[in-house]
Design a protein around this ligand. Sequence first.
Ligand SMILES: C[S@@+](CC[C@H](N)C(=O)[O-])C[C@H]1O[C@@H](n2cnc3c(N)ncnc32)[C@H](O)[C@@H]1O
Length: 224
Amino acid sequence: MPVSHNSQSQRILPKTGVHNSVDSHQSAWDKDYRNRGRLWGSAVKNLPALPAGSVVLELGCGDGKTLAGMPGDWRIAALDISREALRLCRSSPTEAGLIQADARVLPFQENSFDAVFAFHVTGHLRLPARCALAREAARVLRAGGQLFFREFGADDMRAGQGEEVESGTFRRGEGMLTHYFTEAEALQLFCDFKAQSIRTHRWKMRVKGKDLPRSEIEAVFLKI
Ligand SMILES: C[S@@+](CC[C@H](N)C(=O)[O-])C[C@H]1O[C@@H](n2cnc3c(N)ncnc32)[C@H](O)[C@@H]1O
């Protein structure tokens, strides 16, 4: 599907729609959003400063936390596998084109985007699916475009909780998987890109009187 631009609204996709077959993975997320409503706190603040008019895709936008932090002069498409997430997202202030789709099979042409955001979505996939997401992100980015990546690190307090279904990947709650990354794994996953930066942000979270470790890998990859 070509990306079309409606100059009035900055929308780059006409409307929400279903573009790929989805599986039980989707229903686990739908159930979670139905049960818990808005899951993910307030707008993300420290987004990169991209030029006005940048054509941006967000993978796994959830209920719109990252979208809510994006400036109004970007042309944004955002997708999620969960229809429930998109329903919650509808009230986001951002004029994004929302679409129900699977990040493993993107409904866009090659070289469509200046930037792709993948914040806390890659880690919810098994390894072959993570590889598919990385391939698709590379396909839809233009040369010189950037992929912005965030995922929890292997030393995060939640790593190791639940059933380990693959190395470093754990199933909890409603059945969603979370993979906890090392920097080396992130670099390996996006090895077709040039890594512009990678860092692990660590902080403490106080839970029941104890300071527990949080860890998030943040990286920027350049499509070459
Ligand atoms: C932890 S939430 C993160 C939401 C958002 N990126 C944020 O940081 O607030 C993960 C989201 O990824 C979505 N997701 C999981 N697998 C997906 C897939 N294969 N394609 C698209 N979205 C997916 C889920 O429905 C969920 O909304």
